[in-house]
Design a protein around this ligand. Structure first.
Ligand code: NIG
Ligand code: FE
Length: 437
């Protein structure tokens, strides 16, 4: 199913400084305000800035008003007028951690896992990430784009208006650059805003088996400079750099080396930490000033305490333990008690969690991270925007921000965490343009 522009309901002459979109009759307007220009930290998570009977005005794709309808005169020269019919309106979801760019199929591995094999056993036997790597290495850039585009279309329909996408299925310089090119081209052509991340250190490729340090040398000496040269040459912004810091993949010292090399080229930092074992990756992230530390299932107490002291956003990925059939989730309550900033993401990937829906992530967050619906919503919007360095323009319905909004099909935002398995988004507004399914 394709997204279609909403028909314009009211035409008049365009007059400078007059809104080009008004949304009125909003039953619950959840603005999810920034706190002191930053994310909602610790127990302050869940401030929705809720307005009943609200109205939003948009000009040139930006929010110019968001507040109570009382006293607000709806300008009759607005280009488009949308009646929200008493439903809830929330910020567009920000999905701050995905591996959305892939080709190939891993359904057989899922069946093996259900039969008892573990994710790390499949990876050690040459499957897992390296299975997808074989397909990505053989795929031209057009195929990478063509197979990822429908996933992005579905993600937009499900309400994600900004999405981070990692490389990491190429694992040689040429295939990593080709993956990054596909991500940058998708960003240019698709309404969803894409935040690119270079994840050359996602796994050790087969030709480097048993020689992890030599592969780290390749990432540091060849791939990172090539990535920096590529984005500079084409005028793209510098991507994030990420590393899978995990027993049997990249240890703490190797992870530090890779992150520091990326940082030296001006790349902001992310890390996959504590997914299966706690190696100290979260503490390293805080020490290096990483923008986010992600997964955080086996996170030691000292690392949780560090999150409360630093700026690094903790990104929980509850679809991953769910997808693996595991029973242990991110210690979200401890992170909040320590004063940390918590966000949630899908981790959408072909191995552990093919989940395209931040709505489903909210439902999992309520049940397994014990987040109240309001906390899950703030973690999936405002805090998620800060987890990809986009807190200044996305994640909340505040004057001056990009008009990325969702008109829900329900009058109460709590239905997002309560119900699951469907799509409760009726209309997606991306940069002021309305789309419905
Ligand atoms: O975040 N942990 C590492 N990477 C992904 C899985 C990628 C894959 O299996 O293809 C994750 O879960
Ligand atoms: Fe991941």
């Amino acid at each position: 199913m394709y997204l279609l522009p909403v028909s314009r309901l009211c035409y008049t002459a365009t007059i400078m400084n007059k809104p080009d979109l008004i949304i009125h009759n909003i039953g619950q307007l959840c603005t999810v305000p920034s706190h002191a220009g930053g994310p909602q930290r610790g127990q302050a998570l869940g401030d929705l800035g809720l307005v009943e009977d609200g109205v939003i005005a948009v000009s040139d794709g930006q929010i110019t008003f968001a507040g109570p309808a009382e006293g607000f005169d709806i300008p009759l020269n607005a280009m488009t007028l949308i009646d929200a019919e008493g439903m809830a309106v929330i910020p567009g979801f920000v999905d701050p951690h995905t591996h959305l760019l892939w080709v190939g199929d891993r359904a057989a591995e899922f069946e093996m896992r259900i039969g008892g094999a573990t994710y790390m056993q499949i990876m050690a036997a040459g499957g897992g990430i390296n299975n997808t790597v074989r397909h990505v290495r053989a795929a031209p850039v057009e195929q990478l784009i063509a197979e990822t585009r429908p996933r992005l279309d579905r993600i937009l329909q499900l309400g994600s208006t900004t999405v981070e996408i990692k490389t990491g299925y190429g694992l040689d310089t040429e295939s990593e650059i080709r993956s990054l090119e596909a991500i940058c081209r998708l960003d240019a052509e698709h309404p969803v805003d894409i935040v690119p991340t270079f994840l050359g250190a996602h796994a050790v490729p087969p030709e480097y088996t048993g020689r992890t340090d030599a592969y780290v040398d390749l990432v540091v000496n060849e791939m990172i400079p090539a990535v920096a040269g590529f984005v500079t040459g084409y005028g793209y912004s510098m991507p994030f750099i990420d590393v899978f810091c995990e027993a049997g993949v990249f240890d703490l010292a190797q992870s530090r080396r890779i992150l520091e090399a990326g940082q030296a080229q001006g790349m902001p930092l992310k890390i996959h930490a504590d997914e299966f074992e706690g190696l100290g990756g979260t503490k390293l992230a805080v020490e290096l000033g990483a923008v986010s530390a992600d997964h955080l299932v086996k996170t030691p107490d000292t690392d949780i305490a560090a999150l409360g002291q630093g700026e690094t956003v903790a990104v929980a990925l509850p679809a991953t333990p769910f997808g693996l059939g595991h029973h242990e989730y991110t210690p979200a309550q401890a992170i909040l008690a320590a004063g940390g900033a918590l966000a949630v993401a899908t981790d959408c990937n072909p191995g552990t969690a093919w989940c395209e829906s931040m709505q489903f992530v909210m439902a999992l967050s309520a049940r397994y991270l014990k987040l109240a619906p309001a906390q899950a919503l703030a973690a999936a919007t405002l805090n998620a925007a800060f987890a990809v360095g986009r807190g200044g323009r996305a994640g909340s319905i505040e004057v001056g921000k990009q008009a990325d909004l969702l008109i829900l099909a329900v009058p109460d935002y709590r239905h997002l965490a309560y119900r699951f398995g469907g799509n409760l988004v009726k209309i997606v507004i991306k940069a002021g343009k309305a789309w419905h399914s």
